[in-house]
Design a protein around this ligand. Structure first.
Ligand SMILES: CC(C)(COP(=O)(O)OP(=O)(O)OC[C@H]1O[C@@H](n2cnc3c(N)ncnc32)[C@H](O)[C@@H]1OP(=O)(O)O)[C@@H](O)C(=O)NCCC(=O)NCCS
Length: 165
């Protein structure tokens, strides 16, 4: 498996992976699939120090991940949020872990101090993935989202870069 920066030609696969979860899962609170204009902006917004990366297996994009600003207020400038999405049929092969590990390495290199994850609906795979990289749950917003006709919690997980051994 190769992990590299996302390129314009990856956008169809990246958007297909994400839009699948928009339609089928509470892991994202988006409810409508995003179109080409959204993804062009997504790519242009994700340049250093807010990278977008992809996992490639046998020439195919099997997952993607980003660091984004956690909040646009200036005092939050040392904190970023991660996003990780892996093709459903490729779950459980270590792709998510490889992507998140690469993101935390970038976070350190670019001088970010905190990486935050918002994990909706107590999703075990996402919780395990983040725990494996040293994140810890620091809070939970109870019943903050509404999708598929039910209320959903969002747990906040934090990795302090200085705590990585
Ligand atoms: C969360 C996600 C990125 C994990 O990717 P993945 O490539 O399947 O994960 P990995 O194979 O690297 O495994 C990471 C950990 O999750 C665990 N895991 C993977 N799938 C799991 C599942 N369905 N249930 C429970 N644990 C699971 C693995 O055992 C591993 O834990 P370990 O280190 O303790 O062994 C993937 O499930 C996904 O894309 N989910 C939908 C999008 C999403 O929820 N993104 C996160 C938003 S915060």
């Amino acid at each position: 498996m190769e992990i590299r920066a996302a390129l314009p030609e990856d956008i169809p696969a990246v958007s297909e992976i994400y839009n699948h979860y928009v339609r089928s899962s509470t892991c994202t609170f988006a409810t409508e699939p995003e179109g080409p204009a959204y993804w062009e902006k997504w790519l242009s917004d994700h340049c250093e120090p807010y990278p977008a990366i992809v996992a490639i297996d046998a020439g195919r994009v099997t997952g993607w991940a980003t660091l984004s600003r956690w909040n646009n207020r200036c005092a939050y400038r040392f904190s970023v949020e991660d996003s990780v999405y892996v093709l459903q049929e490729c779950h459980g092969r270590g792709i998510g872990r490889a992507l998140l590990k690469t993101l935390t390495e970038y976070a350190r290199r670019f001088g970010h101090r905190n990486v935050i994850a918002q994990i909706a609906d107590h999703q075990a795979a996402s919780e395990k993935l983040h725990a494996s990289q040293g994140f810890r749950q620091v809070g939970c917003l109870d019943r903050i989202g509404y999708k598929f006709d039910r209320w959903i919690d969002v747990a906040i997980w934090q990795l302090r870069i200085e705590d990585i051994p």
